[in-house]
Design a protein around this ligand. Structure first.
Ligand code: ITT
Length: 199
């Protein structure tokens, strides 16, 4: 079993990663296992830049293979906001949802997507980055208690429930994070021989 650091302080994300990767031969540890690590500044202008910054910082600090996700919600009618600022759009998850719903008042175009870029770092460098997305619609009032973040206001295309209403197993099969993770797992299987040294 190899140990890999999930470079996140978001316990919901960590929980999703652990569930999505439960059949892999890996022990996933979050940054809560490294309480003395200084906070990582997300200075990038794209999901990819931020994912790479987080993965590399954790890899270097923890001296172990690491991966990170930078993710967020992009809403068409808001020109892609909140985007990379999803975690910083207001002070609390409830206030963030409230702000989005206020900005969406009167908008007929409800199209949105969740995006996740997952970067893997090992051997002192970024090995690869993977993107996953899930398209859907923003509804006009929150529904459901599962998930986290903007889940109560997002209904993925092809479904009637929000991410916060559906069983977590379903969200973890179809989400942006699940898709980025699936792409990463396919890459790792393909490249096993190259990665053998790191993992
Ligand atoms: P780390 O940087 O420590 O991983 P974070 O929450 O700050 O934690 P991000 O910078 O990637 O992570 O911001 C992601 C934000 O996007 C997250 O806080 C939510 O507001 C939103 N988000 C991402 N994935 C989501 C999901 O699956 N469901 C709901 N909201 C999500």
């Amino acid at each position: 079993m190899f140990r890999v650091v999930a470079a996140t302080s978001n316990k919901h994300k960590l929980d999703e990663f652990k569930k999505m990767l439960k059949d892999q031969n890996a022990e996933i540890v979050g940054l809560d296992s490294y309480p003395d690590m200084p906070p990582i500044e997300e200075t990038g202008k794209t999901f990819r830049e931020n994912a790479e910054i987080k993965a590399l910082a954790a890899h270097e600090y923890c001296d172990a293979p690491a991966f990170a996700d930078d993710s967020g919600l992009e809403i068409e009618a808001l020109n892609g906001a909140p985007g990379i600022y999803s975690a910083r759009y207001a002070d609390t998850p409830e206030a963030r949802i409230e702000r989005v719903l206020k900005e969406m008042e009167g908008k007929t175009n409800r199209n949105a997507r969740f995006v996740c870029v997952l970067s893997i770092a090992g051997n002192g460098e970024i090995i690869e980055s993977f993107e996953g997305e899930v398209r859907g619609k923003i509804i006009d009032a929150p529904r459901g208690t599962g998930g986290f973040g903007y889940d109560p206001i997002f209904v993925p295309d092809g479904y009637d429930q929000t991410f916060a209403e559906m069983p977590e197993e379903l969200k973890n099969q179809i989400s942006h994070r699940a898709r980025a993770c699936q792409a990463a797992m396919e890459f790792i299987e393909d490249e096993m021989s190259i990665l053998d040294d790191e993992f």
